[in-house]
Each structure stands twice: as structure tokens, then as C-alpha cells.
Design a protein. Structure first.
Length: 109
């Protein structure tokens, strides 16, 4: 619902039903990754936008999915991560600030 509420995306969704979390006993076979790969392999999907939490588990799941889709021609992207509007730079953690720098966009475009 969070993505839908932005009114910025008008495509299909694929709900994984969780993220890979070995500490919680959740592996790739416990979430809907195989069905995502199957949908992509059908050839009607142009892009997969990974919109998972910016946690170790979310990043692990993103990486796993990227490996599973590597043999396809689908464009794979992740949502940008960075500093929230209104946040003070000095209170931003180093990982978020680092990702903001790496994923910066040109000014004025």
C-alpha cells in the first residue's frame, strides 16, 4: 500500500510474502521468488523494481532475486534509498548517507 499511496507507479505488483531471513528460519523457498522468476521468464515483464526494506535481510533478498533473474533480459532496479525530506544531515546514519551519495541524481534535472 505504501507504493500505491505515492501514485507514482502504475504497473503490476508481485508480492513475495516476506524476505529471506535465516535467523527466523525463512529461506528462498518460503517466499514467492520462484513464481516471480516464472512470470519474468514468460517474457511479458520489462522491468522488475525491487522495493524491499533496507535491512540486511532485504538486501539479501534483493541479491538472491538478482541472481535468479540474471539469465533473463529483464531490467532490474531497486528503489532509491537516502535521506528523508526534512531530516538533518548530521543525524543521518553512515549507511544511509553513503547510499545517498552513491545513488545521487543530477541537480536541476
Amino acid at each position: 500500500m505504501a507504493v500505491e499511496n505515492t501514485q507514482q507507479y502504475h504497473g503490476l505488483y508481485h508480492v513475495l510474502g516476506g524476505i529471506i531471513s535465516p535467523m527466523d528460519g525463512i529461506g528462498p523457498n518460503d517466499i514467492e521468488i520462484d513464481s516471480l522468476v516464472h512470470r519474468v521468464e514468460e517474457g511479458t515483464i520489462n522491468e522488475v523494481i525491487l522495493a524491499l526494506s533496507s535491512t540486511m535481510e532485504g538486501d539479501t533478498t534483493n541479491f538472491y532475486i538478482s541472481r535468479k533473474l540474471a539469465h533473463t533480459e529483464v531490467k532490474l532496479s531497486v528503489i532509491a534509498r537516502g535521506i528523508s525530506v526534512g531530516d538533518e544531515l548530521e543525524y543521518t546514519d553512515e549507511v544511509t548517507l553513503g547510499r545517498s551519495i552513491l545513488n545521487r541524481t543530477p541537480f536541476g534535472k
